[in-house]
Design a binder for this molecule. Structure first.
Ligand code: FES
Length: 180
């Protein structure tokens, strides 16, 4: 009888240990799941991760595709490619220098007119009307073998327009890195 009681006690103890082990496993699984959910939430989505190997230079096209005095929008690169009366190119940021609204080109007015507070810029990006006080930023342009390319990695700030900012098809680009 005593032996039977001892076996019963051992069996109960064994079951308790087994149940404790199951609970421990479930606890570990729950903690792992919570951690995984937290990491998934905090990790940036694939579309948010900058593509390290993608070429930030936008191929705009052949020089002759852009008529004199035209403005061509490149929404993917967030810039306008303008061809000035003297044949030179400028790549202008679409961002208004007042408070950053996206600025459209208004063909009839031959101007960029901001829909937010009505700042106006000419085809070179120079301020015509405030409240913006600074010309539109521009991006480095290069022309190789008659193909116009724009480097969208960084925009160049400037206070106003100057001839050095323009890139011509028959010359090497003279890009300046400093704020003008
Ligand atoms: S954001 Fe363009 S004028 Fe204010």
């Amino acid at each position: 009888m005593k032996k039977q009681n001892t076996e019963t006690a051992e069996t109960i103890s064994g079951r308790r240990n087994f149940l404790n082990w199951i609970w421990a496993c479930l606890g570990v699984a729950a903690v792992a799941e919570i951690l995984w959910a937290a990491v998934s939430f905090l990790r940036p989505q694939a579309s948010e991760i900058p593509r390290q190997n993608s070429d930030p230079r936008v191929t705009a096209g052949p020089v002759n595709a852009f008529g004199i005095g035209t403005v061509t929008a490149f929404p993917r690169g967030r810039f306008y490619l303008t061809r000035l009366e003297d044949g030179g190119f400028l790549a202008l940021s679409r961002k208004c220098t007042h408070l950053g609204c996206t600025i459209p080109w208004i063909g009839e007015e031959k101007s960029f007119i901001c829909p937010c507070h009505a700042s106006m810029f000419d085809i070179r990006g120079a301020v015509v009307h405030s409240p913006a006080s600074r010309a539109l930023d521009h991006f480095p342009v290069s022309i190789e073998n008659g193909i116009v390319r724009v480097d969208t990695r960084r925009s160049i700030k400037r206070s106003g327009f100057s001839k050095e900012q323009v890139v011509y098809p028959d010359r090497q680009p003279r890009q300046t890195r400093k704020t003008i």
